[in-house]
Write a protein that binds this ligand. Structure first.
Ligand SMILES: Nc1ncnc2c1ncn2[C@@H]1O[C@H](COP(=O)(O)OP(=O)(O)OP(=O)(O)O)[C@@H](O)[C@H]1O
Ligand SMILES: [Mg+2]
Length: 226
């Protein structure tokens, strides 16, 4: 039987910021097998980012449970979750992916430095990943000096350097033109197939969702069958 890397059951999420409580997720069940590449699609406001944050332990559900890489996220301590985030899974955000006052190299190696890894141990690997992502000559630049596509690739590089089992990506091609978007999707597909990294990607684009091995659709806080 395929190995489950993530199982979410009965996920509900409500927000009550200055006003009536709104239920944004209404009881979502979702599982992910090792090696899958899943695209989550759906209209703006349907709850895609909220779900992705909860699956990755960045936000907590109001109800329900998430088991990621064998750990119940509501039972792990904050430090353990932070360590898992540095070592076992990573997240590429929809906006503001890079730290503006760090170079691309410093951004990409941040999770390793925070994890007290030695540069002599990771440098070769990082340069190889930068080469693979077409960023080798951009490592000394600052994020503002990069194109949108280069910034996205730098964020993906940072997500990759820790050799994670799972990468969560929220609209990784959202701010890219058609050609750059296609390049990033080719890259993700390759990361999934040749490196065996399990991917969960939120996207607006049906064309980009087609790169995934499975598509999940969200509608008004529920996952609907395709
Ligand atoms: N922190 C919050 N407080 C209150 N409401 C929130 C909060 N975060 C999200 N919401 C609401 O939850 C709903 C779902 O938001 P979410 O960001 O998950 O949508 P999405 O599917 O990712 O949309 P998009 O495609 O535009 O990124 C929206 O109506 C949003 O306004
Ligand atoms: Mg979103």
């Amino acid at each position: 039987m395929a190995e489950l890397v993530l199982k979410a059951e009965g996920i509900k999420k409500s927000f009550a910021a200055r006003g009536p409580i709104t239920e944004v997720l209404k009881g979502v069940d979702f599982s992910l097998e090792k090696g899958e590449f899943v695209a989550i699609v759906g209209e703006s406001g349907s709850g895609k980012s909220t779900l992705l944050y909860i699956l990755a332990g960045i936000d907590k559900p109001t109800e329900g449970s998430v088991t990621l890489l064998g750990k119940r996220l509501d039972e792990v301590k904050d430090e353990e979750l932070a360590a898992m985030r540095r070592r076992n899974f990573s997240f590429v955000y929809q906006y503001d992916n890079l730290v503006p006052n760090l170079t691309v190299y410093e951004n990409v190696t941040l999770p390793l430095v925070l994890d007290k890894k030695k540069e002599s141990e990771f440098k070769k690997d990082v340069l190889e990943i930068a080469e693979y992502l077409g960023l080798a000559d951009r490592l000394d630049s600052y994020p503002a000096q990069l194109s949108g596509g280069e910034q996205q690739r730098a964020a993906i590089a940072r997500a990759l350097v820790t050799s994670p089992d799972v990468i969560f990506l929220d609209e990784p091609t959202g701010s890219l033109d058609k050609e750059r978007g296609r390049q990033v999707m080719e890259l993700l597909k390759d990361i999934n197939s040749t490196r065996g990294v399990t991917l969960v990607m939120v996207t607006h684009s049906e064309a980009h969702a087609a790169y995934a091995s499975r598509i999940v659709r969200m509608e008004d806080g529920n996952i609907i069958a395709l």
